[in-house]
Design a protein around this ligand. Structure first.
Ligand SMILES: [Zn+2]
Length: 341
């Protein structure tokens, strides 16, 4: 089968033949229909995730596929099922790492990978979706969209009428803007270093500011917004965190979704402001604590028919062209890119 292989850190992915290994206990063979490319993959390619020692390996952690075959002990999915492929743990067995053959040598890989024609996946990284669930929606539930919904609904507990600032309107930021709008937040302010006003407003942002061109504090002041109840930071930039933290309201929640570079430090300006109001919270979230077994079925029921994923997806590509997609993401020219397998 064809797969995108991370062979060398900080180099283009290699599109190559990879041989599937044997199906072990608790493992499932999935034929992949579509996969999203998440910002995490850029970090993995750069070696930020402590993954340099594991190369070569496979990538991707949000996908939609069809179960081809199940290994011993698997009970939650069966051949022919449509599945959401997700990196957070759901129901079923936590299997060993799957094995593949690449260029004549054994290659191990993560418990879920999605940027290949087929994948061997740990049972607990799969959740069945009804057959009529749109493939793209299904794939987005693997990471980006679920992280956004869970961050807004659970982690930040956004209440109707609260103000939300989304910092960085890439793939995840776009989903967060939409999730804030679904939660009834108002105003919803989107901030990016690229001009993404039209896109952000189509997803429900009431304001958009370009932080490369204007000072966010001043811009908010001019718009009559003194501070913000919830800030969700997706860029992971230490400067961006430093500049937006002072905008937090008295009982505000600051949620870090984008991870800073290893070794990076963040400065808290005039730190006493953190004690204003009821006390402020800063939290580094793990996927919004999205719980596949609890949330995927619920999100499908609530949003599969009404949420227009074409607003979140800016590009589609074939696996062969994935390096172009990754370059576009790095340059901030794309939101979610879907890879059709
Ligand atoms: Zn992701």
């Amino acid at each position: 089968m064809k797969a995108a292989v991370l062979e060398t850190i900080d180099a283009p992915l290699v599109i190559s033949e990879v041989e599937l290994g044997p199906l072990g206990n608790g493992q499932v063979l999935v034929k992949i229909l579509v996969s999203g490319v998440c910002g995490s993959q850029l970090q993995e390619i750069a070696g930020y995730k402590g993954n340099a020692k594991f190369v070569p390996h496979l990538l991707g952690h949000e996908g939609c596929g069809i179960v081809e075959k199940v290994g011993e002990g698997v009970t939650t999915v069966k051949k022919g099922d449509k599945v959401v492929m997700h990196w957070r743990k759901g129901e079923g067995i936590e299997s060993d790492f799957p094995s593949y053959m690449y260029k004549g040598r054994k290659m191990s890989s993560g418990k879920v990978t999605t940027l290949s024609e087929y994948s061997i996946v740990s049972e607990n990284r799969l959740t069945v979706a009804p057959k009529d669930t749109p493939n793209d929606f299904c794939a987005l539930l693997g990471c980006g969209l679920s992280t956004a919904l869970a961050t807004i609904e659970n982690e930040a507990n956004v209440q109707r009428g609260e103000s939300v600032l989304v910092v960085g309107v890439g793939g995840l930021g776009a989903s967060l803007t939409k999730a804030a709008s679904l939660a009834g937040a108002n105003p919803i302010i989107a901030l990016d270093i690229h001009d993404k006003e039209t896109m952000a407003k189509s997803l429900g942002a009431t304001h958009f500011f370009n932080s490369a061109k204007e000072d966010i504090k001043e811009a908010l002041g001019k718009a009559g917004i003194k501070d913000v109840n919830v800030i969700v930071e997706t860029s992971g930039s230490a400067e961006s965190i430093r500049d937006t933290l002072p905008l937090l309201a008295g009982s505000g929640r600051y949620i870090l979704v984008g991870q800073p570079k290893p070794g990076a430090s963040v400065e808290i300006m005039n730190a006493v402001h953190l004690f204003g109001g009821e006390g402020k919270m800063i939290k580094a979230t793990q996927g919004g604590q999205f719980a596949p077994a609890r949330d995927i079925g619920r999100y499908i029921q609530k949003y599969a028919k009404t949420l227009d994923t074409s607003l979140l997806i800016t590009h589609r590509t074939a696996l062969d062209k994935i390096n172009d997609a990754i370059t576009m993401m790095r340059e901030g020219k794309a939101n979610r890119i879907m890879v059709d397998l």
